[in-house]
Design a protein around this ligand. Structure first.
Ligand SMILES: [Zn+2]
Length: 274
């Protein structure tokens, strides 16, 4: 389902923090952490670069979703004036994709990170520190996979992704050809970073190209039945998730849920990790 209309594109930008240039420690991503103020500014600047790119590609409406931690990281007065900012968690299942619907033409992921357990990956995890694996229709995915599927469920293609090299490798395997920018490369738990000004420039150029050429990219659409398997670190979390009607505990730490309804699968996931 490709959208070929020529009206100005409406662009949705989901911004995480672990994949922002130079971010390397958890403390840099946490409200009370060392250097958090500095890196929430970096996050805002990379979001702005994406907004700028979308505007250059003709977008008239750009929505930025703060998708990290308490979802109150982006600095409102430093965010590009053209963007609408979604802050906070709604209590609903869209989470990092809150506010997205079928009226959007393209989705952009900024500052994303690799799935839990990845090698040479900066601050890798999957949605929460409590999961070791998220499997969607038999494929282990990073949280990017779930978010791309949410976008796909609304017919919206992911056109651009930025983050560390491990994340981009996983995104390419899942989504194939899109516009990608690697801002850093993990060396164990360290990272080699490009200069933040270069990251911003590459993101702006990449998003501009991706949004202009959005018709090249297919939405990432899962086929029903929608099956999700979650592998937890703690038995207690598996036990709790298995209380959700329709779910099935397949081993000590793994819970499976399957539905013909995408949103039911997403609601299960939301309840299971909260
Ligand atoms: Zn995050």
């Amino acid at each position: 389902m490709l959208k070929k209309d020529k009206t100005p594109p409406k662009v949705y930008i989901s911004v995480d923090m672990e994949g922002i240039t130079d971010v390397i420690n958890w403390g840099e991503t946490e409200e009370k952490g060392h250097d958090y103020r500095r890196y929430r500014e970096s996050m805002t600047l990379e979001a702005n670069a994406a907004v700028e790119g979308a505007l250059e590609a003709g977008a008239k409406i750009v929505v930025v979703r703060d998708a990290h931690g308490n979802a109150n990281n982006l600095i409102p007065e430093k965010l590009h004036e053209a963007a609408l900012l979604i802050r906070g968690w709604s209590g609903g299942p869209l989470m990092m994709m809150e506010g997205l619907d079928e009226s959007f033409d393209a989705a952009v992921f900024i500052g994303y990170h690799a799935k839990a357990g990845s090698r040479d990956a900066v601050l890798h995890h999957t949605m929460t520190g409590r999961l070791t694996e998220l499997i969607l229709n038999d494929q282990a995915v990073p949280e990017l996979g779930l978010n791309a599927a949410i976008a796909g469920n609304y017919g919206v293609p992911v056109v651009f992704v930025s983050g560390d090299r491990a994340l981009i490798d996983q995104a390419k395997e899942l989504l194939g050809q899109r516009e990608y920018v690697i801002v850093k490369e993990g060396i164990g738990t360290a990272a080699r970073n490009i200069h933040p000004h270069l990251s911003q420039r590459f993101i702006e150029e990449g998003v501009k190209k991706a949004v202009r050429q959005r018709d090249r990219f297919e939405p990432f659409i899962l086929r029903p039945p929608y099956t999700i398997q979650l592998r937890f670190i703690a038995e207690r979390d598996a036990q709790k998730a298995a209380l959700i009607p329709g779910s099935k505990r397949t081993d000590n730490l793994t819970v499976k849920f399957s539905s013909a309804d995408f949103m039911d699968m997403l609601k299960f996931f939301y309840l299971a990790i909260h």
